[in-house]
Write a protein that binds this ligand. Structure first.
Ligand code: FES
Ligand code: FES
Length: 149
């Protein structure tokens, strides 16, 4: 049993080696966190575990038992988008979109702890999130736009 996006969730028949990303996507019906490498290299599976940014593919589901998980689905407020999501769209930071959920979660975590981050802080905070499409400039623009708001 864990809390996911504010709700208690129970996944059945989880085998001991199963990772949190698999449980979120395949057992709990939350496909927002993406599976690109499953090796902790790309950040597309980024979620918050008790408020700390983690790669869900590197966390055993058992390690999340009893803990609080927030996925990209949990950032939006009902039908409204999270300010970071809005900023990514407005800045044109979404191309194929595969990296976007992880970047949005990582950016939200950054702005939570540092509302006006320097460029170096942004670079550091997003260094674990790979994007093959945008060249990162638009992503940086989106983070700065979200910070302004
Ligand atoms: S899928 Fe988890 S880091 Fe790439
Ligand atoms: S928008 Fe395609 S990988 Fe980032």
């Amino acid at each position: 049993m864990m809390t996911v996006n504010g709700e208690p969730r129970q996944a059945d028949d989880v085998w001991p080696g199963e990772n949190l990303l698999y449980v979120l996507r395949e057992r709990l019906g939350l496909p927002g966190s993406k599976n690109a490498c499953e090796q902790g290299e790309c950040g597309s599976c980024s979620v918050l575990l008790d408020g700390t940014l983690v790669c869900a593919c590197l966390v055993l589901a058992a390690q999340a038992d009893g803990h609080n998980v927030v996925t990209v689905e949990g950032l939006a407020n009902g039908d409204g988008l999270h300010p970071v999501q809005e900023a990514f769209i407005e800045a044109g930071a979404v191309q194929c979109g595969f990296c976007t959920p992880g970047l949005v979660v990582a950016t939200a975590a950054l702005l939570e702890r540092s509302p006006q981050p320097s460029d170096d802080e942004i670079r550091e905070a997003l260094s674990g999130n790979l994007c093959r499409c945008t060249g990162y400039q638009k992503i940086f623009d989106a983070v700065r736009l979200a910070a302004q708001r």
